[in-house]
Design a protein around this ligand. Sequence first.
Ligand SMILES: Cc1ncc(COP(=O)(O)O)c(C=O)c1O
Length: 407
Amino acid sequence: MAVEQRTRSDEVLSARERYVARGVATTPLVVARAEGARIWDVDGREYVDFAGGLGCQNTGHGFAATAIHEQVDTYLHQCFMVGMYEPYVEVCRLLDELWPGESETRSLLVNSGAEAIENAVKIARVATGRPAVLAFDHAFHGRTNLTMALTAKVVPYKDGFGPLAPEVYRAALDIDDVKRVFKQDVNPARVACIVLEPVQGEGGFIPMPEEFPRRLKELCDEHGILYVDDEVQSGVGRTGPVWAIEHYGIEPDLLVSGKSLGGGLPLAGVTGKAQLVDAVPAGGLGGTFGGNPLACAAAIAVLNEVRTPEFRARAEELATRIRVRLEALNAGEVRGLGVMLAVELAEKTPARASRITAAARDRGLVLLSAGMYGNVIRILVPLTIDDELLERGFRLLEEAFGDADAA
Ligand SMILES: Cc1ncc(COP(=O)(O)O)c(C=O)c1O
């Protein structure tokens, strides 16, 4: 009887089981190298990447490598609070230039999307002198104490991790329901901010209804509530314009960026109207590693790329093509904005979506699911993918649907 050969992936997987926390969910993919929209595993297998490191590679794997290499040779961590450096200031300047509105802004850089959301809420509370925060159905804002309270899914994000942060309220994606919450649960005069993703990500790629952000902003203005735009997943060119809120034509009070901002390095930002951000006295914001020089060097390259008309035009072209291919699958509701596109399968359980993502991996396609019921297949492909590789990815996707249903 032939002895089954243990691959390098098998070895890493057993070490992972032995040494890495179970609470960090993983797939069996063990990466050795990545470039553009391709990944190679430790056994030399090539994959088409439709996940982009969970939405962090809008400009493709390795895009900012030159800028990062240059920075490595100059200096690494300084702590911005100890010794300032130009790349941090330049990222904040670019965020100001790219702000979706007319206001003068200030920015703060941190390490993760969740940390940025926490800081946006801190700023909103100080600026308004109010404690409460309103989040929405299907929201995902992170895994820290405050952000898991803002997130709208119990298992696995909140279950057992309480007590959750207080003064968090939740409404449906509907103005009448926000008004109901203001009557039933919290006086709007006590609400510091609302936090909303223009296209909800982990919640299942749900774009906001066309009029909802504008009407919500009007309601916020009426009650002195700040509008926090969570662009961690939808921003940095994913939907065409740099920020998804640009589709809705409103100016938020605070905007949170992350994921693709650092081109694969950990970086997130809070940008907001100057008088709001500056309401916090010196020392109230910051952190040891926030705005690390390497991540800032990458972000400068990324922001200067995603703002170009060529990048946007390509994203829009990809969006049209991908939507057609997803609709041709005839697998359920296709929705999203720009290249933040997904198909929601009919059954409200994760079973079929998990079979599809596993079959895709077996065939050489990295693919993710999402959604309250885990039944949404989502596309977060690097926007630098060429037509041929995209075509190959879609062939694999179609085959994976077939395999999953045959299993
Ligand atoms: C919309 C949104 N906000 C916040 C976060 C949290 O970001 P991070 O995982 O970097 O803390 C995420 C992560 O998926 C996200 O999609």
